[in-house]
Write a protein that binds this ligand. Sequence first.
Ligand SMILES: [Zn+2]
Length: 286
Amino acid sequence: MKLTAVILAGLTNLAVASDHRDLSGDVWASSLTKRQTSWAKRQTTWNPPSNLVKPLQEVWDHESSTYNNGNLLGFKNYGYDIIKASGGKLNFCVRWDSSATVTEAQRTAIASSLQKNVKKWTDNLTGFMGWPYDNIPVNVVGWAAKNTNLLQGSTSGIDVYTTTDSEGVAECDPRCGRIFHQDNNYGSCPGGADRHYDVSLWLTAGMDGGAGGDWGQRVGSEYFLSALDNPHIWLHEFGHTMGLDDFYDWTPTGQTNFIMLAGSSQVVTEFDIWMMRDFWRHVANR
Ligand SMILES: [Zn+2]
């Protein structure tokens, strides 16, 4: 994962972001491992299986030395920080980067998918080393589209934005977004703090690959709607939101199939989860 300086609505933010190779559809074409061996979901202490100890240390050492110019702990907008700042919730805003219409039923299904798939990561933090939440309520609070006519049916309960970014792509109002307000002050958001969003789900027509970081996750709109039950590219990109790295240039000892090794797994594996727990135990008390 790269830490990239990006210009967002006139603000310079240091954003965590995926490797550019995530964008290639070829990377994701052969995600063969669908089988998941059973493993203990709930852990309260640092107790990884013995065969994972060495590769986990390799991953942490690599992240520590490469993130944020060697100052990983100095970056304060990993997913754990975002969820804590939001009081244990996660609000999404969807950027509908498409000229296709999207029905109310599709929007409901997208929200349900996020609720279901965020848990594939965060439920494995429950009870672990001071993680303060048993359940992370996930809500879609807004949708951005170039034209409100693209959002068919009722839009009650969501904020509808026609804001665009500097490239002209639909974007939820920066005044309400965590990436723009890491001081947690949403005083300029028209709906106030209750209507803020923590991360974006950016759905782009025709996209085969993905991207992810502290700002959210980007995948294809057609892809996401066809993979609602287990959107494996999105699951990988959400791993970046939780601070995890890419593995295009090296692999940890003995690990060949896991969601953060793009294209090698359809599912979040025990190794992925222990990488997340390792990240949390290091950032928990900073
Ligand atoms: Zn990636």
